[in-house]
Design a binder for this molecule. Sequence first.
Ligand SMILES: Nc1nc2c(ncn2[C@@H]2O[C@H](COP(=O)(O)OP(=O)(O)OP(=O)(O)O)[C@@H](O)[C@H]2O)c(=O)[nH]1
Ligand SMILES: [Mg+2]
Length: 311
Amino acid sequence: MTDEKKKSTTPPQAGGRRSAFVAIIGRPSVGKSTLLNLLCGEKVAIVSPVPQTTRNTIRGIINRPEGQLVFVDTPGRHNSEKKMNKKLMDASDRAMGESELILYVLDASRSPGPEEEAIAKTIEPFADRTVAAINKTDLPGADVSSIKSFLQKTLPAIPEDRYLVISARENQGTQELIDMLFKMAPQGDPLYPEDYYTDQDVQFRVEEIIREKAINRLREELPHSLYIDVADMELKDNGTRLWVRAFIAVERESQKGMVVGKDGKMIKAIRQAAQKDLDAIFDWKVELDLRVKTVKDWRHNDRLLKKLIDR
Ligand SMILES: Nc1nc2c(ncn2[C@@H]2O[C@H](COP(=O)(O)OP(=O)(O)OP(=O)(O)O)[C@@H](O)[C@H]2O)c(=O)[nH]1
Ligand SMILES: [Mg+2]
């Protein structure tokens, strides 16, 4: 792109450019990661129907003539005293405390109960810099007005023009959402180089894509019982091929069989689906050597949880 063209498409903004960290907060499965990917125009975060798919704060960056927004996806907020859930909530709390703006995502197809009320309480101190996105409005059971009433009652400090009715699945309402966030963002220089759309390293992205393929194929409890460990990575053939050895770690020996599947069919399907996505993300051709291992009761291991969640 020539400088001339750039100038004509990115006029200087009155009052200068804006930038902000925007924490995406909400219950599990409301569509936070789907929305992040849609806003960034890239697959930044993994998505699945399993609650608490996201286990880390994941940054996705958008650059516009108005400036830069750095979205911080977070684990879904859920009330449970389990060790891992507490670590996930800590990560969500930190993201909220460190961000200039909050994007509070609610699911219009589910009625807000005690879990939603607890989230609203957490958001209350930040209400003056919160936007509420009412998602999943494409679903037949969506009830936008009951979500609006809930917001009016529990978070009256959020003005109603900051309620945005959206569908992350159908790409509805996202432009208005971006416009609103830029309007609220403070003036400032970009926080990341302007050609970045995420700051995740290669190893983390590989692990997340494998985890997505695994949890979307393994039902019920198993998705929560696994994590991915990249043990080795090597660029081969003059940097054209990325070879990766990774393990799907499960909590108990008895879970290994489900991951491997009959005649190894399950792990093969996970490997092939992951390779396909990774090939699309990276310039290299990715070759996965995928195996299963048991890391007994890893969800009770403080050091491992710290390594996996606070990375
Ligand atoms: N119908 C519909 N489904 C959606 C929409 N947004 C997300 N979903 C689906 O909801 C499920 C959960 O989506 P995620 O983006 O993983 O939700 P999340 O809030 O990141 O969930 P956690 O990471 O577990 O907290 C997936 O099956 C998505 O395809 C939407 O606008 N409409
Ligand atoms: Mg998520």
